[in-house]
Ligand binder design. Structure first.
Ligand code: AMP
Length: 540
């Protein structure tokens, strides 16, 4: 609702008579741009005192003297002043709809709070000077936005006070009342349905929502920001266990949310720690460590003094060392780089209270060495394995430069690669101590080569495994392979054992052996040999 500017007038008798205040119908509702009929402007008499609205109770603003001819309402206060009738109005002008149709303010005149033109009217909602319906609408929108900001500021301040309080008080996890209210049967049913299986003593009940953890608002907000609306099953069970500070060995599929499952308890544990660093997260590969740090940063955003450092190979060491010394709370590292840093006597990690090993099975899992029979095969298979499994793969063959070869071998030792697909170039000589699994994707063309390749697994007296793919391309070696592998107790595929090539090779070998045996001189056959020899001689 919009009011015409009015002034409280001290009238002389003459003026009282000549005052042409129109009766206005002023309602408090309505849209921002209201019907102009609601506004009644009258020429005012000379005004002297503070201004008031023609039909509102309160004095609304300082009076400024309108020029003769100004469109302003001279009135007394509501009730009395509005006794004036339509007939009193000597002239009537429609309320200006648009700011552009308003003139500029003369010195001393009220000024529109939006556009600075002549503030001919008073906004009934805010008592501010406005020049037109357009500016009133803008002004109300601005006011609403300001109020909203103010409210949210106050809310944020209140929230941040509550947050500071929460951050300063010790955090103890206890089952949320909702969770406590559930029957044992309901919990068991839930776990069954979600595939949650636990072992251990007094394992806490799973949570169902993140809100059940009593996290600080910032953390809840960060979870929402990351798109984590509800916890995944591994998070439901693991988070309460972690928040209680218990040791956990957890296993769940890739992509099931394990990272956040251990990060959230870590964050809550280190949040109030003063010693730095407080937590160490070990990841088997650089890529995984980078991924963990990214998630940690997302979840820690806005929480006080929560710095992370990434200690991984393949990136320059000095910046990592420098950051490590900057009071970081959480270290995310690969074992190789961490050991390298720990060897430097200046670095101490005394504050570490939590150690998380992500994918511990993988951590000490040596890379797989796959042998193929050509360079193109090595490149193609390496790409395919990476695309399908997401494992870090590389190809090794004679076309790799010396620099590349060195990098690959170093990467292999530093666990940068999980799979290396190689032609025979890695088959011999190199002591790949940490290779435990060899896959002969293409069976080599000779048994000699085969023996060297499978020998890459399980060096230095350790046991290893070799998986060999065989097809008819290597049929000439079937019997040799069986002879070599069978004594190790390996279960051989029936296709191989029943192969006619294998039986043929076996039969031929037996014949050869028999022939050989026949040609050997033993106590049993010596007389036969002599007789045969004599007979041959006498015939000659
Ligand atoms: P992870 O198994 O930890 O590697 O997580 C796999 C992906 O799921 C990552 O991209 C996470 O950001 C995402 N994630 C983890 N927890 C949740 C959750 N509760 N809701 C939605 N996404 C999640």
């Amino acid at each position: 609702m919009f009011l015409p500017r009015s002034v409280k007038v001290k009238r002389t008798a003459h003026e009282e008579k000549s005052c042409t205040v129109k009766k206005t119908k002023l309602s408090s509702g309505g849209s921002l741009l209201e019907d102009t009929n609601e506004f009644q402007d009258c020429r005012s008499a000379r005004t002297e005192t503070s201004a008031s609205r023609c039909n509102l109770h309160e004095v609304v603003q300082e009076h400024t003297e309108p020029e003769a001819g100004d469109l302003s309402v001279g009135s007394t206060t509501l009730g009395e002043g509005n006794r004036n009738t339509d007939e009193d109005c000597s002239s009537e002008e429609p309320i200006k709809s648009f700011s552009k149709s308003q003139r500029w303010a003369e010195p001393g005149e009220p000024v529109c709070v939006v556009c600075c033109r002549y503030g001919e009217y008073i906004c009934d909602k805010t008592d501010k000077d406005v020049c037109s319906l357009e500016c009133k609408a803008k002004h109300l929108l601005q006011t609403q936005a300001k109020e909203k900001n103010l409210k949210s500021d106050q809310f944020t301040r209140a929230e941040s006070q509550a947050e500071t309080h929460l951050l300063n008080t010790p955090y103890f996890y206890k089952d949320h009342s909702f969770i406590l209210g559930l029957q044992d049967e309901q919990i068991e049913n839930l776990k069954l349905q979600l595939g949650i299986a636990v072992q251990g003593l007094q394992v806490p009940r799973p949570i169902i929502e993140f809100e059940h953890c009593g996290f600080p608002e910032t953390l809840n907000h960060n979870l929402k920001n990351s798109g984590y609306e509800v916890p995944t099953p591994i998070q439901m069970q693991m988070i309460p266990v972690g928040l209680l500070g218990r040791d956990i060995v957890a296993s769940a599929d890739t992509g099931s949310g394990k990272t956040a499952a251990f990060l959230l308890p870590v964050i809550m544990k280190v949040l109030k720690e003063t010693e730095t660093p407080s937590a160490l997260i070990l990841a088997p590969t650089r890529e995984l460590a980078i991924q963990i740090e990214r998630q940690a940063k997302e979840l820690m955003a806005g929480l006080p003094n929560m710095r992370t450092v990434l200690l991984v190979g393949g990136l320059p060491l000095p910046p990592q060392l420098h950051r490590l010394k900057q009071s970081v709370k959480v270290i995310i590292a690969t074992p190789g780089r961490l050991l390298e840093i720990l060897k430097q006597s200046s670095v101490r990690l005394h504050g570490i209270k939590i150690v998380v090993v992500d994918e511990d099975k993988k951590l000490f899992k040596p890379p797989v060495l796959v042998f193929v029979d050509c360079k193109l095969g090595a490149d193609l298979l390496s790409d395919a394995v990476h695309k399908i499994t997401g494992l870090q793969c590389t190809a090794m063959h004679s076309e790799k430069s010396q620099v590349e070869r060195t990098d690959i071998l170093q990467g292999l030792l530093q666990e940068k690669y999980e799979v290396i697909v190689s032609t025979g170039v890695l088959g011999r000589g190199l002591d790949l101590v940490n290779v435990k699994l060899v896959v002969n994707f293409d069976m080599p063309s000779s048994m000699d080569e085969y023996v060297h390749q499978v020998g890459r697994a399980g060096r230095l007296g350790h046991s290893g495994t070799a998986i060999t793919f065989i097809n008819n391309n290597s049929k000439k070696l079937f019997w040799d392979v069986v002879k070599r592998v069978k004594p190790t107790g390996t279960i051989l595929p029936p296709q191989l054992l029943n192969s006619p090539y294998l039986h043929d090779q076996k039969r031929r070998e037996q014949q050869r052996l028999k022939q050989l045996q026949n040609s050997l001189v033993t106590g049993d056959n010596i007389m036969d040999i002599i007789r045969k020899h004599d007979k041959n001689n006498s015939q000659r």
